[in-house]
Each structure stands twice: as C-alpha cells, then as structure tokens.
Design a protein around this ligand. Structure first.
Ligand SMILES: Nc1ncnc2c1ncn2[C@@H]1O[C@H](COP(=O)(O)OP(=O)(O)OP(=O)(O)O)[C@@H](O)[C@H]1O
Ligand SMILES: [Mg+2]
Length: 345
C-alpha cells in the first residue's frame, strides 16, 4: 500500500455558526484526477481553499507528501490553485501573467520563455501572448489562469470550476486537453465542479459533496452504477426513482409490480437509469407514453406510470424506428443488475 499524496484528517471549516465543511477525511493518491462534485454552496470551494492554504481550517490537518502543511502558507505548499474568478494580474499581459510564478522562483529567463510558450500552446493562446488580460474574453482569461498554474508543475494542482466560463464546444475541447495534460505531466489534479457530466468524463475518482459532507467517493463508473443514496443517484446523471415497500424479501412498487430483493423490511427507493429501461409488451410495470424529446444521440420518452408518476426512458438514436406514439400503452422491463434498491431513510 503506497501512502496517499494528500491526506485530510478531521478537516472542517465553520464561518461563525454556519458550517461550510463538516469534519471529513479524504485521501488523494499520487496521479489521481479527483473531481469534487456537488451543488452550489455545498462547500467545494471552501474545501479546495483549505488544501491550497487560502482558508484556515477550523479543525483538522492537511498532509501533503508526508508533511503536515496545515500551518504552511499557500506559496510554500507544493500546490497551485486556479480560482473560480481567475485571479489574473490585470496590469500584465498574458505572457507576464504566466511567467510571474517562475520569475519569483528565479528560474532562468530562457527556461521561463520556453516553458511559457509551451503552456500557451497547450491552452491555444499563442497569438494572445502579448495582449493585456483585460482585452480577453472570459474563456480566454480562464485559459490564462490554467496556463499560469500548470507552468509551475505543482505536485497538486487545485482547479476551482476551471472550465465554467467556456462555451460547450470549447469546454469539451478543454476537457480533452486537460486529460491529455494530466496524462503527459503526470501530476495530481483536484478539480471542483457542479457539472456531473464533466466529473464523469474527466475524473479518475469522484468525491460527491452534499451540504458540507463527502457523501460518496469512488471511480466514475462505481458512483454512476452504485449510487449510495437518493441524493447521489439524482445528482449524478438522470435517474428514475420508483418508490416501494420491501416485505419478507419482496419489493412491491407503488406503480405496480413486485420482485424479490433481499434486505430489511421497510420503504425503499428503486433507482433505474433511463438507458437501462426497455420498452416491450409484457414488462414489469406499465404506463402510457406522454411525450418524446429528441436529444441527438438518444430520444427521451416520458411515460406516466399507473400511479401517476412519470419516468424517462432513453432510446439510442440507432433504435428510434421503434418509437412509440404519445398515448400508446407500453410495458417496461430491466435487468436486475441495472437497478439499485436503496433503503429510504
Ligand atoms: N468567507 C465566507 N464567509 C461566510 N460564509 C462563507 C464564506 N465563504 C463561503 N461561505 C459559505 O460556505 C458555504 C460553502 O461555500 P462554498 O463557496 O465552499 O460553496 P461551493 O460548493 O464552492 O459553491 P459554488 O458551486 O456556488 O461555487 C456557503 O453556504 C457559503 O455561503
Ligand atoms: Mg465554489
């Protein structure tokens, strides 16, 4: 077992009476690309700022590469942070912004020039090197901030919503670039996002936050396939939640239908992803087609179940020949491996 590069223990942050981050433990391995994912206000930025040394923890410790850095200032930590609001130097041009940290470390001018040029190439800003950062778009400024942090080759790069200001196309491009940069530089990246798709696509591991707590962590597939709670299942991807009751190892769904499922008696939420549902005549449950929405790669069919609840089914573009019409009665089936039964507590 190799020791984690970053170890957070009992780390918390309170602002007066309000607790932004409840005491938590987190290990981040060398080479990880960790996404901290959660809704607005759940404490993501606060957690990242504590790792970077920009917010003082209320309790707990931060260890990086075997050293306790809890009391160490940001500039002395082996971390570099890209802020949610960029934090560029407005009176400097792009090249000066990206060079700044290397100059402070007294790196040789030729080396600074070479490394900065390489980084500006990576973020596609070569032509803007001499331009003032005030004369850049939000997305361009965000890329300057990224280059400025990456050029320092930090052991741990902390990114707070680094792609938030970019349009969808540029965002996808930069996601691919970030993955490539992470692979080629081989460092440890921790990035904050409220965009579940971005977290699934970029990260090697995801920590899901809810109201100041990490409620689940794991690789993207595990989080998507085996969400630990109702919150995680609905926050990560689309999820259908069917309410039911388990009694003597059999779940009876509110919308009709029952099936064996070992576990404790009581209320349960059955989570089924829209792409795991199949439309067919027999089906475990039944309903009526309300609407279908074409979304490019798939068509989303909304079905009203017999108890009035609506659920979604995704039909891939390749199978749209069999689309049912609105008002049509359909049966729904799924494989047991594609469903998740959570105790509703
Ligand atoms: N300096 C501060 N003083 C008081 N409360 C703060 C301060 N900074 C953050 N908070 C509060 O702490 C909680 C967590 O804030 P944080 O910025 O960490 O959330 P976030 O998950 O990054 O949200 P977003 O996705 O909107 O950026 C919020 O309720 C916020 O209002
Ligand atoms: Mg934030």
């Amino acid at each position: 077992m190799t020791q984690a590069l970053v170890r957070l223990r009992n780390l918390s942050k309170a602002y007066g009476a309000s607790i932004a981050v409840h005491p938590l433990d987190l290990d981040i391995a060398q080479g990880d690309f960790l996404a901290i994912l959660g809704p607005s206000g759940c404490g993501k930025t606060t957690l990242l700022r504590m790792m970077g040394g920009f917010a003082e923890p209320t309790t707990g410790t931060i260890e990086i590469a075997g050293k306790d850095v809890t009391q160490t200032g940001p500039e002395k930590r082996p971390t570099n942070m890209v802020f949610q609001g960029y934090g560029l130097f407005p009176h400097m041009n792009v090249r000066q912004n990206v060079s700044y940290g290397l100059k402070l470390r007294a790196v040789a001018p030729e080396e600074i020039r070479a490394r900065v040029t390489e980084m500006l190439g990576l973020v596609h800003l070569e032509e803007f090197a001499e331009r003032s950062v005030n004369e850049l778009s939000g997305g361009q400024q965000q890329r300057v901030a990224l280059a400025r942090a990456l050029v320092m080759r930090p052991a741990v790069l902390l990114l707070d919503e680094p792609l938030g200001a970019l349009d969808l196309k540029l965002r996808k491009q930069m996601q691919a670039e970030l993955r490539r940069i992470h692979r080629s530089l081989g460092g440890t990246f921790v990035f904050v996002t409220h965009d579940q798709e971005e977290a699934l696509g970029l990260a090697s591991r995801i920590a899901v936050m809810e109201a100041g707590r990490i409620v689940q962590q794991g690789d993207p597939q595990a989080i998507y396939r085996r969400p630990a709670s109702r919150f995680v299942s609905t926050f990560i991807g689309d999820a259908n939640l069917l309410e039911g009751q388990r009694e003597h190892g059999v779940i009876s769904l509110g919308c009709g239908g029952s099936f064996p499922s070992p576990g404790a008696d009581g209320a349960v939420n059955v989570v089924i992803r829209p792409e795991a549902l199949r439309l067919n005549g027999t089906g475990r449950i039944h309903g009526t087609v309300v609407d279908s929405v074409f979304l490019g790669a798939f068509t989303k069919i909304i079905i009203e179940l017999d108890n009035g609840k609506e659920i979604a089914v995704h039909i891939p573009e390749g199978q749209v020949l069999q689309l049912p019409a609105a008002g049509e009665r359909v049966g729904l089936s799924w494989n047991d491996t594609a469903m998740r039964c959570l105790d509703a507590t």
